[in-house]
Design a protein around this ligand. Sequence first.
Ligand SMILES: NC(=O)C1=CN([C@@H]2O[C@H](COP(=O)(O)OP(=O)(O)OC[C@H]3O[C@@H](n4cnc5c(N)ncnc54)[C@H](OP(=O)(O)O)[C@@H]3O)[C@@H](O)[C@H]2O)C=CC1
Ligand SMILES: O=C(O)C1=N[C@H](C(=O)O)C[C@H](O)C1
Length: 269
Amino acid sequence: MADIRVAVAGAGGRMGAANIRAIAATPGLKLAAAFDRSGSPSIGKDATVLAGLEASGVPITDDVDVALAAADAVIDFTAPAASVPLAEKTAAKGLIHIIGTTGCSIEDDVAIRASGAKGGRIVKAGNFSLGLNILASLVKQAAAKLAEFDVEIIEMHHNRKVDAPSGTALMLGEAAAAGREISLADHSVRVRDGITGPRVAGTIGFATLRGGTVIGDHTVILAGPSERLELSHIAQDRSLFANGAMKALLWVASQQPGFYTMNDVLGLN
Ligand SMILES: NC(=O)C1=CN([C@@H]2O[C@H](COP(=O)(O)OP(=O)(O)OC[C@H]3O[C@@H](n4cnc5c(N)ncnc54)[C@H](OP(=O)(O)O)[C@@H]3O)[C@@H](O)[C@H]2O)C=CC1
Ligand SMILES: O=C(O)C1=N[C@H](C(=O)O)C[C@H](O)C1
């Protein structure tokens, strides 16, 4: 079978480079195009050279349509303002679209899911690592069994990250909420400041730390009377997320069009 031709969105970014290296290391995939925001200093550069590999002759373009015309699949770790319109385009062309972008609003997520219903073959996840997705299953189970315990989620990331709480922290919050059969939107406390009053029972709290080059640390604390359970995940290299994205791409290539998550890819539903 011919290799799947992959276009990388945000090719000049941290995850863009990690995804380009992962494509080069994955049998069955071939880098076909790379694109980034118009005006990005990466435009015109050789995509694989920018990612630290040998030259491939694939330049980074700012013409999305030219990039998509050369591809069967798109790997997109960019920003909501890029991923939402891109999902419309990939759906219209029947392309695979792997979305790692975080910071999406409820409306953004509704629009992306709608693209999945219009012929797109989309996998979207706040975190593509295997360990983190297993952690989310454990959190769901613990939150259900320890129904009276207070749930707090702490995350730390590098100082370039632009969204908070992280997509992963929100995923873990959704897992805890699912375990309790409640809606996260109605129970989350995303910021505390000043005289807040005592903790409201049944809420799910978030705390965000930013600094240095931390790739992604997450801890879910379940605090009960006289005991505390802490479930943690530490990402040590961005290749972790990129390898998960490749796994998702290869999996969704044999699925019907639709919207999927890593739970579907990993059979965790
Ligand atoms: N799901 C997962 O497993 C993971 C998700 N992420 C998420 O991936 C995203 C990217 O992270 P990271 O690579 O660190 O970020 P970077 O800022 O390094 O890269 C983002 C890239 O996307 C481009 N971009 C940003 N906004 C737009 C836009 N509106 N239109 C077109 N291109 C745009 C940027 O261009 P420019 O530099 O010019 O702005 C840049 O090249 C984030 O949302 C992050 O949270 C990260 C790691 C793992
Ligand atoms: O921006 C990042 O770097 C990361 N973003 C994702 C998130 O928001 O959870 C995943 C990972 O933790 C790294």
